[in-house]
Design a protein around this ligand. Structure first.
Ligand code: FAD
Ligand code: EPU
Length: 336
């Protein structure tokens, strides 16, 4: 297999814009190329899509495989719905826009999330009241142990909040090559997330289409989240903690205004951004990196920062939230 390059900077391949080196790097455009590459490879492997959910804290003495497997295929259709099988290297937002243009419904709330289709099941991407598990039918992978092809049904992926088997017991075992989505032909709009309704109202729209909902979501996101092309970041650095009643009571004792969202199983989701802001971190600048001034859940690289410093900042944030509120934050971002 040709196309393997050596000593490559990963700066263009991660949205934090961290400049580390990979010993070897290859882009894969067909699932069939993978076997050929992996059979001959003896180095550790790092799979990258858009690099928008990873913090690189060191050089990688291994082979980076950049997933560029493309293609959108209609594999099933009935009067109400259809199934699309999508190459894992398709850009997520472009795929969402493609569906909206075609009138395929279900992805509109997930507009403008960076990254590739193949990473969407990894942490069950979610935004504005929708998670990708709501539309995934199955996930196709190559088993890295024996290069066999396997398919996981939606149920087998064990999706949870920012979680799936690909982030838990199956971490590092599989290369996701394609994802199939079941989408509907008639919209079933989810504007329950308050901000969407108010944005649609501000846009003067009473009877929204999926395109309108997508536009509203894009506008809200652009007002809060930094554009990685301008400021390096990986979106939410931490997950929102899900806690038992006893921990919620402890937090409310500290501050009765703490936002909290009851979950169906009797637990409560807390707003990590709020907890971090209350610890005084919002907008904090430590030289060329820090905490975003509009969203305390987002750590930022203003240019030239190194991953270790950002990781240490995340440690300091975890410690201070633990000390003030007794809540342990868990990182959402993958760390190398
Ligand atoms: P990468 O960063 O390339 O990879 C992420 C992890 O998955 C790595 O561990 C990598 O090794 C592994 N991986 C990637 N592709 C494959 C594959 N094909 N097979 C096996 N393993 C693989 N996320 C949300 O859920 N909701 C949001 O609203 C959201 N907003 C964001 C906003 C901004 C500005 C940014 C920068 C990020 C945001 N994110 C959000 C996080 C990120 O966009 C998602 O996690 C996205 O799915 C990552 O895709 P990627 O292709 O960039 O993954
Ligand atoms: N908040 C603050 N201060 C802050 C940030 C937030 O007080 O600095 C409060 C807000 O006022 C609000 C609450 O926290 O009461 C929630 O904030 P927001 O609606 O901005 O959402 P979030 O919980 O911070 C989550 C996801 C985002 C997703 C949005 C929209 C996680 C970890 N993050 O953020 O996902 O886009 O909701 O659904 O669940 C990502 O995963 O990378 C990501 C960006």
């Amino acid at each position: 297999m040709t196309g393997i390059r050596e000593n490559i900077s990963l700066k263009p391949y991660n949205t934090f814009g961290i400049d580390v080196q990979a010993r070897a790097f290859v882009s894969v455009t067909e699932a069939s190329q993978l076997k050929e590459i992996l059979e001959k490879n003896t180095l550790p492997v790092l799979i990258l899509g858009g690099g928008s959910n990873i913090l690189l804290t060191r050089d990688f003495d291994g082979l980076v495989i950049k997933n560029d497997i493309r293609g959108i295929e209609l594999v099933d259709e009935d009067d109400d719905s259809l199934v699309l099988k999508v190459g894992a290297g398709e850009v997520w937002h472009d795929f969402v826009m493609y569906c909206i243009e075609k009138g395929y419904c279900g992805l509109e709330n997930l507009s403008l999330i960076p990254g590739c289709v193949g990473a969407s099941p990894m942490q069950n991407i979610g935004a504005y009241g929708v998670e990708v598990k709501d539309v995934i039918r199955e996930v196709e992978v190559m088993d890295l142990a024996d290069f066999s092809k396997k398919t996981f049904s939606n149920e087998a992926c064990e999706f949870g909040y920012r979680s799936s088997i690909f982030k838990t017991w199956a971490k590092g075992k599989y290369f996701i090559t394609a994802v199939s989505f079941r989408l509907t032909k008639k919209p079933n709009l989810n504007t329950s997330y308050g901000a969407i309704d108010s944005e649609l109202h501000a846009m003067g729209i009473q009877q929204p289409t999926i395109k309108d909902v997508s536009t509203a979501v894009i506008r809200i996101r652009q007002s809060k989240l930094p554009d990685p092309k301008e400021i390096g970041n990986s979106g939410s650095f931490f997950k929102n903690p899900v806690v038992e009643q006893v921990v919620l009571d402890q937090v409310l004792q500290c501050d009765p205004d703490a936002p909290n969202y009851p979950q169906p199983d009797g637990t409560f989701k807390l707003a990590a951004g709020w907890l971090i802001e209350k610890c005084g971190w919002k907008g904090k600048l430590l030289g060329n990196y820090g905490v975003h001034d509009k969203q305390a859940l987002v750590l930022v690289n203003h240019g030239g920062a190194n991953g270790k410093d950002i990781f240490e900042l995340s440690e300091a944030i975890i410690t201070s939230v633990q000390e003030k509120f007794g809540v342990t934050l868990e990182r959402e971002v993958n760390i190398l």
